[in-house]
Design a protein. Structure first.
Length: 197
């Protein structure tokens, strides 16, 4: 029972804490509402879960054998996070939804595979909650993480939707987009800097 509680607490702490994916979901919730953000939330959750399973079933050994591969993935991920931050920062200050601007399922999925925070969460979780005798602990952890991740990311979308009431004018919404976009750019820059140096 204590192992299940530990899995739940780890999953919640890693999923609910601010990161690139959460910032994009928050911004999408503000700009497009919960309903339009759910595909991105779904993509991010499924993408993370598949990453967790791949690392748990052996990709971690490849990363250990070829650490430069992880460095390359981290640099690509940091660049993509900077790009997403830029797109948010320059987005139009309007609450009207344009179909092309709404974050898509595949973008959420892809960002998890390029997100250093997701890799760290997966590697840490696999090393803590895996067993050499059985795959049951890993599969249990993955199932718990899937549920917690989906609920946590959904909560960020709801938060964004609720905050949008405060951002009903163009100036406030533009300021919000610039701040969240800038935070993503800084996060991506920081992650990239740490990989290079």
């Amino acid at each position: 029972m204590s192992l299940l509680i530990a899995m739940l607490m780890f999953s919640l702490a890693m999923s609910i804490s601010p990161g690139p994916v959460n910032m994009i979901i928050l911004s999408s919730g503000v700009n497009y509402g919960v309903k339009k953000t759910i595909p991105y939330v779904s993509g991010a959750t499924i993408g993370f879960t598949l990453l967790l399973l791949c690392i748990g079933f052996g990709f971690y050994q490849v990363i250990n054998a070829y650490p430069s591969l992880f460095s390359m993935l981290a640099i690509v991920g940091a660049t993509y996070i900077i790009y997403m931050g830029y797109q948010i920062a320059i987005s139009k200050p309007t609450l009207q939804v344009e179909k092309n601007d709404v974050p898509k399922f595949y973008q959420g999925f892809l960002l998890q595979w390029l997100n250093p925070k997701a890799w760290i969460a997966c590697v840490s979780g696999v090393s803590i909650f895996s067993s050499t005798q059985s795959y049951i602990p890993l599969l249990t952890f993955t199932l718990i993480y899937f549920v917690i991740c989906y609920v946590s990311l959904g909560a960020w979308a709801v938060l964004g939707d609720r905050v949008s009431v405060l951002l009903k004018n163009d100036f406030r919404l533009r300021l919000f987009n610039m701040i969240t976009g800038s935070l993503l750019i800084i996060t991506g820059g920081y992650l990239g800097y740490n990989v290079i140096y």
